[in-house]
Ligand binder design. Structure first.
Ligand code: PLP
Length: 505
């Protein structure tokens, strides 16, 4: 039980509330009425409350304790590792939080005159330049608010680029079968037909299959490198040459940049457009849908297609630059999500050239974990046999399922019971019974060893008494959910109480 969150049956505030005890209704008090009487007489009758608001009747201490108990029931990266593959859930330095939450940032308003916001514009300008440098691109726009939004922006840029060249017939976007679901979704939303290419046994894009689908209809290819198996596409330069030869463009999904940041750059691999999940590689926390930033960068003539505005500098002052001849327009309100951008700025500023060590340690951690678990009966590491992984690894419980009936989900739930946060499961879809594990550079050797030990103990239990793993988790506030019900759109409700009703009987 290393990092387990608390578990108890916490009631909702409305359930904790009791109207049997005295209630204070604003405006119901004699003295209060005397003091504000004049004011009340000039207010329109229909806005004056005749009875107390329908809020729970609780004292301050009851409310504070309720929220403190709730906070202890949740698991976060400040409590223990969150090794969600593809999510890069690294520890977020508190200095980034503190500075980004300073009033000098939070009190700014996007309608302020440019002269009065030179500081934040300078931060955004420098961040654009640093990210361009780290990716090998010429310019960046900070606007898209998430990785998927960056992808969609990139797909729209590719579309407009071909249209402007009179090549609107390029309607195919090539995407490997290991890709994140947001890649084909973004391409389809931008109007492309998605052409799927398989992954070869080596864990890389099947090069011959790729060559066979390239044609005059190819608009581009969307790739992440290292890919979702944690494997570096060693033929990326050849891939880039082949795609460019038929007039297509290369789009880099930056979700896995943590595996290479400061070591190699997508621009040098041949990519034309890149999005960065600022909330992964550059430390701003994410989860539950945000807040994030999916900065989009481009090189060569493609910079003309970036969204507007970007931040410019004329040698004297910083300004919002709307002057971009072929821009696809705006993709988000104002300048995107500024707070995670400020955190990323501080993160990069603090690390400087040492940012390379982020990748080196993340890669070391993952490969150390592999050494601890490889060869264990019941699991395998499919694709790229014996190859080093970058920042993440995908293991399969196919053998365990065959031998014992215990599947990847059972193991994930049992990990939670043991006080360790489960990894990403059943992704990428090309791996059966998958666990996708990513420790990031911020985890200690001790934590990684504990994780590996826990896996081994659970596999041991699976072989001895599989029924023990079918009911997990049992030590949590909410036990196993009925996935059928829980995934139904009508029953997707965030309140823990409601989730309780979905528990498996
Ligand atoms: C490989 C990959 N691409 C794209 C995305 C989408 O990024 P976001 O969640 O920021 O929209 C993710 C998210 O996890 C991802 O793992």
């Amino acid at each position: 039980m290393k990092w387990r969150q608390a578990s108890w049956d916490e009631k909702l505030l409305f359930e904790l509330s009791s109207y049997d005890k005295p209630t204070f209704i604003v405006g119901d008090d004699e003295e209060f009425r005397r003091e504000v009487g004049d004011l009340l007489s000039i207010l329109p009758k229909n806005i004056i409350r005749s009875e107390g608001p329908q809020i729970p009747n609780l004292s301050e201490v009851e409310v504070v304790r309720h929220y403190i108990r709730l906070s202890q029931m949740s698991y976060g990266v400040d409590l223990g590792p969150v090794p969600l593959g593809s999510c890069t859930m690294k520890y977020n330095p508190k200095i980034c939080e503190e500075l980004a939450n300073d009033e000098s940032v939070t009190d700014l308003h996007p309608y302020q005159d440019e002269e009065t916001v030179q500081g934040i514009l300078q931060i955004m300008y420098l961040l654009q330049r640093w990210l361009a440098e780290l990716t090998g691109m010429d310019e960046c726009c900070l606007q898209p608010p998430a990785g998927a939004s960056g992808e969609f922006t990139g797909a729209l840029m590719i579309k407009k680029y071909h249209l402007d060249r009179g090549e609107g017939f390029r309607d195919e976007m090539i995407i490997p079968d290991a890709a994140h679901g947001s890649n084909p979704a973004s391409a389809a939303m931008a109007g492309f037909k998605v052409v799927r290419v398989p992954t070869s046994e080596s864990g890389e894009v099947d090069f011959d299959a790729l060559k066979s689908v390239l044609s005059s209809r190819t608009a581009g290819i969307m790739l992440t490198n290292p890919n979702t198996l944690g494997i570096f596409e060693s033929r990326i330069v050849e891939i880039s040459k082949e795609v460019h030869k038929v007039g297509g463009l290369l789009y880099y999904d930056g979700a896995n940049l943590n595996g290479i940041v400061g070591i190699v750059r997508p621009g040098d691999m041949g990519f034309d457009i890149v999005h960065l999940n600022i909330h992964k590689t550059f430390g701003a926390p994410h989860g539950g849908g945000g807040p994030g930033a999916g900065v989009i960068c481009a090189k060569g003539g493609l910079v003309d297609y970036l969204p507007i505005p970007t931040v410019g500098f004329d040698g004297r002052k910083y300004f919002l630059n709307y002057n971009r001849s072929r821009s696809i327009g705006r993709v988000s309100q104002f300048y995107g999500n500024v707070v995670p951008l400020v955190k990323a700025f501080i993160y990069i500023l603090a690390l400087g050239p040492k940012i390379r060590e982020v990748s080196e340690i993340a890669v070391l951690n993952t490969n150390y974990f592999i050494k601890l678990i490889e060869g264990v009966k019941g699991i395998s590491i499919p694709y790229g046999k014996g190859r080093f992984r970058k920042h993440e690894v995908v293991i399969s419980f196919e053998e365990l399922l065959r031998d014992t009936g215990v599947n990847a989900e059972d193991i994930a739930k049992a990990l939670i019971d043991r006080g360790v946060y489960a990894p990403t499961i059943y992704f990428p879809q090309i791996v059966k019974e998958a666990h996708m594990i990513e420790f990031t550079e911020t985890e200690t050797r001790d934590n990684i060893e504990f994780y590996a030990r826990t896996y081994k103990e659970l596999i041991d239990i699976a072989y001895k008494d599989p029924s023990k793993l079918k009911k997990t988790p049992e030590n949590t506030s909410v036990t196993r959910l009925d996935q059928g019900l829980a995934n139904h759109p009508l029953t997707r409700c965030p309140t823990y109480k409601f989730l309780g009703r979905l528990q498996k009987k």
